[in-house]
Design a protein around this ligand. Structure first.
Ligand code: AHG
Ligand code: MN
Ligand code: MN
Ligand code: MN
Length: 337
């Protein structure tokens, strides 16, 4: 600990290199860090306190809300409202933009988050996460917020990251200058720099996809799957299939070991042609992180960071991970067009 950099120190050091930075960004980040610690505390007590199971509500995504989804959402909204750096925020769990209550200080940043990612894993004590994505509004601060202030393409993100509530609690993020990972030392309550300058291997040996849906896939998607089943054999050893069902955990493992995570579109529900994952609170932040670590993220063909969202909860197919693996997917889909 004596020699390790805390996440706050890292931010302050970084901020010196960004002349525009005002300190507001650090305040926003400090509230994210505090929220992460509060959520981690509750996650680690799951089973002892009443945070397991459903609330009985259905969210804007059409999903049954878990108690921990609601808890994490409440913590983030409460803490972030008070940081003085935000013009508004949005959450996977809320249909509309969340305004900053009157009387509280505001700023130019907009944050959108997935408060609790991997909800289906909560009750089984399997790793879950939180994802966040930060933008800066484009219109002047003293004018009314416009849709174009928050419906920005992923390449306009100022920062993006996730917190992984796993065997240890980690915070991984980028501000557009590489990716760093911090591990919570529970004895002092600080996130310490444990994974400086994370780089994803150019090629992986892991593919992550919910293969149970293969009945619903089109021919090119089946070809993509066939590729990952076969390709390992030409590399001496078959690829491993690893699928946790928590994007944060699947993504993090592939970032460290190399691999590709896929959530293709399918024809399960014609009203959701873009698959399940949300562009703004899931795909775009992961795409920013992976590109900063040397990887790629596409919807099969298009770069995720180039997509301009039409609405907050837009869904998008996602192929994210090691560069060569994501390029191969693009090759297969492009050939089929
Ligand atoms: P969330 O828990 O935030 O709704 O996200 C769940 C997502 C993502 O974490 C995961 O990769 C995916 O859903 C799993 O979906 P399937 O169960 O359809 O495979
Ligand atoms: Mn959900
Ligand atoms: Mn999620
Ligand atoms: Mn969620």
């Amino acid at each position: 600990m004596a020699q390790q950099i805390t996440v706050t120190e890292h931010l302050l050091l970084h901020q010196k290199q960004v002349p525009m930075a005002t300190g507001r960004f650090t305040r926003l980040f400090n509230e994210l860090i505090l929220s992460a610690k509060i959520i981690q505390r509750e996650v680690s007590k799951a089973g002892l306190v009443d945070v397991l199971g459903f609330t009985g509500d259905v969210n804007v995504q059409g999903e049954e809300v878990k108690k921990l989804d609601e808890f994490a959402n409440r913590v983030l909204i409460h803490r972030l409202s008070r940081c003085g750096a935000l013009c508004a925020m949005a959450s996977e769990e809320n249909a509309d933009i969340i305004e900053i209550p009157d009387g509280l200080p505001t700023g130019d940043y907009f944050v959108i988050f997935d408060p609790l990612d991997g909800s289906s894993n909560i009750d089984a004590n399997v790793s879950i996460g939180t994802i966040f994505s930060i933008y800066r509004r484009k219109s002047p601060s003293d004018t009314r917020l416009l849709a174009s202030d928050y419906l920005q393409r992923g390449s306009d993100q100022v920062a993006a990251g996730y917190i992984l509530y796993g065997s240890s609690c980690m915070m991984v993020f980028t501000t557009g200058d590489g990716v760093n990972g911090f591990t919570l030392d529970p004895s002092v309550g600080e996130f310490l720099l444990s994974h400086p300058n994370l780089r994803i291997p150019e090629q992986g040996n892991i593919y992550s996809v919910n293969e149970g849906y293969y009945h619903y896939w089109d021919k090119p998607t089946l070809d993509v799957l066939a590729h990952f089943k076969a390709v390992g054999m030409s590399r001496k050893k078959p690829c491993s299939l690893r699928y946790i069902g928590s994007l944060v955990s699947d993504f993090h493992r592939n970032l460290v070991y190399g691999g590709i995570f896929m959530y293709p579109s399918d024809n399960r529900d014609p009203s959701k042609p873009g698959g399940k994952l949300r562009l703004m609170c899931e795909a775009a932040p992961m795409a920013f992180i992976v590109e900063q670590a040397g990887g790629l993220a596409t919807d099969g063909v298009r770069r995720i960071l180039d997509i301009v969202p039409e609405h907050l909860h837009q869904r998008v197919p996602l192929f994210v991970g090691s560069r060569f693996d994501v390029e191969k997917v693009r090759e297969i889909y492009t050939a089929a067009q």
